[in-house]
Design a protein around this ligand. Structure first.
Ligand code: ZN
Ligand code: ZN
Length: 240
């Protein structure tokens, strides 16, 4: 964080400015009412399986039909579009960890409506090198923030054992191949027979959560449900 940013934080505490437009904010949320009304909430028709926005409500969208999956179902608060893209980028790459508070605020109603309960929360682990580079694992921050709201414990049961190549430009099959052998369950006893909530920032192709869920199921997890801040909507998503 630059000195200028630090000074700004001291004089303009984040609770008094909107996280999206940075103007003065008098709402109870960290996003002002005006910006809130414009955010792409994923609360219209969705796929019952992957939870992505679809043209009409369906149990399995075209992407999910005939697809083997280890994830029981997924839900997300937003479509990955407009201001949400920017918020996620700031949270992930610009060190604006405080955004977790707002994201969790938005995830609460989705959890209560669609998921209800879980035995434990898990997140996608990063390699030690990645954490050293970035300073934190955004999934872990979200998981911990969510845990303090719902009182479901976060369990560290996974390890990323292999650094993966960039996934950009790869289709789902290639991504899955790329990720093969990257994650390992280290604490099987914490996983066996459990209904696990896997929290992450964005659901794009789903290859990462799919790979993690596969390992969790192999280790005996009863259910793996994915909850993300945003998901790439089906209309924007061609399966690549
Ligand atoms: Zn605003
Ligand atoms: Zn689907």
């Amino acid at each position: 964080m630059s000195i200028l940013q630090r000074i700004r934080e001291i004089f303009y505490p984040r609770n008094l400015t909107c996280s999206v437009c940075k103007r003065e904010n008098f709402s109870l949320s960290s996003v002002c009412d005006e910006c809130m009304a414009k955010l792409p909430f994923n609360d219209k028709s969705i796929c019952g399986n992957c939870g992505r926005a679809t043209a009409y409500s369906t149990e399995y969208c075209d992407y999910c039909k005939n697809r083997q999956t280890s994830v029981d179902f997924s839900r997300s608060a937003f479509e990955y579009a407009d201001a949400v893209k920017n918020l996620v980028r700031r949270f992930k790459y610009d060190g604006e960890k405080y955004l977790a508070e707002f994201f969790v605020e938005m995830l609460k109603p989705v959890f209560l409506k669609h998921i209800g309960y879980a035995d434990a929360i898990v997140f996608v682990p990063s390699t030690k090198r990645k954490i050293r580079q970035r300073g934190y694992n955004q999934g872990e921050i979200l998981a911990k923030e969510f845990s303090s709201f719902c009182k479901i414990p976060v369990v560290k049961v996974l390890e990323k054992v292999k650094e993966t190549e960039s996934q950009v430009g790869l289709n789902l099959k290639e991504r899955m191949k790329n990720l093969k052998g990257s994650f390992k369950v280290t604490e099987r006893s914490q996983v066996k027979g459990k209904r696990l909530l896997l929290i992450d920032d964005v659901l794009t192709t789903g290859s990462t959560v799919e790979t993690v869920a596969e390992q969790l199921k192999k280790a005996g997890a009863r259910e793996v449900i994915v909850l993300t801040v945003a998901s790439v909507s089906f209309s924007r998503f061609n399966g690549e």
